[in-house]
Design a protein around this ligand. Structure first.
Ligand SMILES: Nc1ncnc2c1ncn2[C@@H]1O[C@H](COP(=O)(O)OP(=O)(O)O)[C@@H](O)[C@H]1O
Ligand SMILES: [Mg+2]
Length: 227
């Protein structure tokens, strides 16, 4: 269970997220929508602990993210998988190596790494591109690689920050379908996007942020009424 309690983020005197309150249960799929600059990235960055609230709190399973000690924070982050608009792949590593790297830094044995990496490569449908470098991949394949890397620790929470932003509609839809599958398998998914068509197709809960304020929070199927 994720709880935002009066979560506020200010940069200097500028408030970019203003007393946001919401609860997200385990296993939910929530789209976070709003125009560019609304505060979507700020919202998801509070969840990864990349930034800290100026006031209020963000907690996951009763742990306040910003009060975790170093070890707890590392353990928490292993349970969170994040994908971004620009993939953030290492250019000199292959698909396999990009994903394996996430496990190598944790010191897992190489036999286990190979098994798990090939497993997630299969889930995202990239087995035939396993040894390709990012420069040889399409945008959709890059994002599927990033998604596989995000999945490698079997995270309970997957966060996407505009993951379809650089993709053609078909590749974007494939990423969303994978996220829906992952959600069906039990993971909580939080998807920040300004793409209305994507959100309409998902048919799940939608939180709308405008100018730093949470302005609506609608359960599945209700979103179209608000247009
Ligand atoms: N490090 C920062 N310093 C100052 N302002 C920032 C910083 N990061 C984001 N902002 C501002 O916060 C607002 C919300 O940004 P963001 O959360 O990235 O919006 P979105 O993801 O919805 O496009 C924007 O006006 C942005 O300029
Ligand atoms: Mg953003």
């Amino acid at each position: 269970m994720i709880v935002f309690e009066n979560a506020t983020k200010k940069y200097g005197s500028r408030t970019v997220l203003d007393r946001v309150n919401c609860e997200i249960g385990g296993g939910e799929f929530v789209s976070v929508v709003g125009p560019s600059g609304a505060g979507k990235t700020t919202f998801v960055n509070l969840l990864t602990g990349a930034i800290h609230p100026t006031e209020g709190s963000v907690s996951v399973d009763n742990y306040e993210i910003n009060n975790l000690d170093e070890i707890s924070r590392a353990l928490y982050l292993r349970k969170v998988g994040v994908i971004f608009q620009d993939y953030k792949l290492l250019p000199k590593k292959t698909v396999f190596e990009n994903i394996a790297f996430a496990l190598e830094v944790c010191g897992d044995p190489s036999s286990l790494i190979k098994k798990r990496v090939d497993e997630v490569i299969g889930i995202v449908g990239l087995t035939h591109r396993r040894n390709a470098f990012p420069s040889q991949l399409s945008g959709g394949e890059c994002q599927r690689t990033a998604l596989a890397r995000a999945l490698v620790h079997e995270p309970a929470l997957i966060i996407g920050d505009e993951p379809t932003g650089n993709l053609d509609p078909q590749s974007g839809a494939e990423i969303i379908d994978l996220l829906l599958d992952i959600n069906k398998a039990g993971a909580t998914v939080i998807l920040a996007t300004h793409d209305r068509e994507t959100v309409d197709r998902i048919k799940k809960r939608v939180i709308r942020i405008e100018r730093g304020k949470l302005v609506s929070d609608l359960q599945a199927g209700k979103y179209h009424l608000e247009k």
